[in-house]
Structure formats: structure tokens, C-alpha cells
Design a protein around this ligand. Structure first.
Ligand SMILES: [Zn+2]
Length: 113
């Protein structure tokens, strides 16, 4: 599962930030997950408790997932469209020639103490 390694990275980053700030508990960890990453938010929720198990820093931590829509700009007719909904094809001119504007990100958006 790619979600587990991504989650491990996010947890490591949060741990480092917590240490730098002398924080004993992380209350909220918010991840930004683009629709086009192929990551399924449901897996993050499923694996989070496993990844942070026995880590007191996260014993009261709530995981939040902010999904980012996969948006693209058609390079042929300039239409803006949702990549997932339209299966990667411009709904106006059917072109697959596009510039992805969003939806490929995976990052820690917020760490709440
Ligand atoms: Zn188009």
C-alpha cells in the first residue's frame, strides 16, 4: 500500500516539527491529498492508528484529509474541467492534451498542537 509509506513520511515530518516546538501532543494532523495521486483517503484513515500505534505524541491525534480536486486546462480549447469526472478527456472538444492544475499534491497541510 503506497498510502502507508506516504503516511509514514507525514508522521515523521509531524514528529520533527513537534520536537522542534517542544510539543508533547499533536492534536490534529491535516493532510492534503490530490485526487490524481491515486491515494485513497479511506486507507489513510484505516492505517493511521496502526502507523502511530504506541507513539504517545499521537495518542490524541485526529487525522484530517483535505481532498484536492483534479483540475485540468485543455490545451486545445482552454476549457477547465475535472479530470476524474471526465476520465482525463476534455468534455468540450474531447482532447487529452491538457495541463494539470491541481490534484497531484500530497503534503502535510497543518499540524495542530
Ligand atoms: Zn478542449
Amino acid at each position: 500500500m503506497h498510502e502507508i509509506s506516504a503516511l509514514n513520511e507525514a508522521v515523521k515530518l509531524a514528529e520533527r516539527v513537534a520536537k522542534e516546538n517542544d510539543v508533547e501532543k499533536i492534536k490534529v494532523l491535516t493532510l492534503e491529498v490530490g485526487e490524481l495521486t491515486g491515494f485513497l483517503p479511506v486507507f489513510f484513515e484505516k492505517y493511521f492508528s496502526m502507523v502511530v500505534e504506541e507513539n504517545p505524541l499521537f495518542s490524541e491525534c485526529e487525522l484530517k484529509i483535505d481532498s484536492v480536486r483534479g483540475e485540468a486546462l485543455c490545451n486545445d480549447c482552454n476549457a477547465l474541467y475535472n479530470v476524474m469526472k471526465n476520465e482525463g478527456k476534455c468534455p468540450r472538444c474531447q482532447s487529452r492534451n491538457k495541463t494539470i492544475l491541481g490534484g497531484q499534491e500530497f503534503k502535510v497541510k497543518n499540524i495542530g498542537f
